[in-house]
Write a protein that binds this ligand. Structure first.
Ligand code: SAM
Length: 282
């Protein structure tokens, strides 16, 4: 049996073709097959780099069939580069599934790093980027979307979202209604001719797009919740309930004492040990 090949995850530009790395070019030249999310887009890049290689399309709606085909090729010893439409494969694209399949088949995988729209966006946003959370695209299913947004209400880290222009206003409205009037940075058409950073509040962003239609690709950075306000809200919410009552409330819902203590600790921003010790003292 031949030795297994390698799967390279090759980051490609998010707009400006000069953002390709030397290593990415070398890998694209060296591999046997290039698997591309959008073959037309990748062909433009390959023509620019004067690289000719067999292209296999691999995208959301053919990922099962083509994924199996690519794994067969890798098991047969072929080297494959996976590239996405733009940026780094597996970040908000089906590359993630191919990676999982390759791991299942004990195939070596290596990442050739390069542009990621989220990183380009947050670094120039001016919002806190020491700790941030990448949320990608918000789900479209109404209930799942609402739950996700509600989960993010208390998120103190800067949140980074991807959005398409035709859904931007809808998303701005949902963010405003759930999170209130936070600061937002809309990073548009990064690395391209019409690159723009709009640094506004969510309300200002909604007003801005009342008069203008969104165009191009967007990364949205939304400031996290204020830690002190969250702490105050938390204290207010539970100030009239004793620890015992709080634990019993969850046990009445069917939790074990251990689970209830854990939930109470999370609700009150305390350690589990503190909650446990306070109950033991009483
Ligand atoms: N894999 C890519 C990456 O590494 O960033 C992201 C792929 S995702 C399918 C496409 C989304 O990324 C777009 O809808 C947009 O939100 C964001 N995006 C991609 N290129 C962008 C650019 N040049 N400027 C702003 N956002 C961009």
């Amino acid at each position: 049996m031949s030795e297994k090949g390698i799967l390279y995850l090759v980051a490609t530009p998010i707009g400006n073709l000069e953002d390709i790395t030397l290593r990415a070019i070398n890998v694209l030249k060296q591999v046997d097959i290039i698997a591309a999310e959008d073959t037309r887009q990748t062909l433009k890049l390959l023509n620019h780099l004067e690289i000719k290689k067999p292209l296999v399309s691999y995208y959301e709606h053919n990922k099962t069939v083509k994924g199996n085909y690519l794994i067969e090729q890798l098991l047969d010893g072929k080297e494959i580069a996976l590239v996405s439409d733009a940026g780094t494969p597996a970040i908000s694209d089906p590359g993630e599934d191919l990676v999982k399949l390759a791991i299942k088949n004990n195939i070596n995988i290596t990442s050739i790093p390069g542009p990621v729209a989220a990183i380009a966006g947050i670094t120039a946003s001016g919002l806190k980027c020491g700790r941030f959370v990448f949320e990608g695209f918000l789900p479209m299913n109404k209930k799942v979307r609402k739950d996700r947004l509600n989960q993010l209400k208390g998120e103190v880290r800067t949140m980074v979202f991807y959005e398409a222009p035709h859904k931007l206003i809808y998303t701005l409205k949902d963010l405003y209604e759930t999170l209130g009037d936070r600061r937002i940075v809309l990073a548009r058409e990064l690395t391209k001719k019409f690159e723009e950073y709009l640094r506004l509040s969510l309300k200002e962003a909604l007003n801005y797009y009342d008069e203008k239609s969104p165009k191009g690709e967007y990364v949205l950075m939304v400031e996290g919740a204020n830690e002190e306000e969250i702490e105050e809200e938390r204290n207010e919410k539970w100030s009239s309930v004793s620890l015992e009552e709080h634990i019993n409330m969850y046990m009445d819902e069917g939790m074990t004492k251990k689970e209830a203590i854990s939930k109470v600790a999370a609700d009150r921003g305390l350690s589990k040990r503190d909650v446990y010790n306070s109950c033991m003292i009483k």
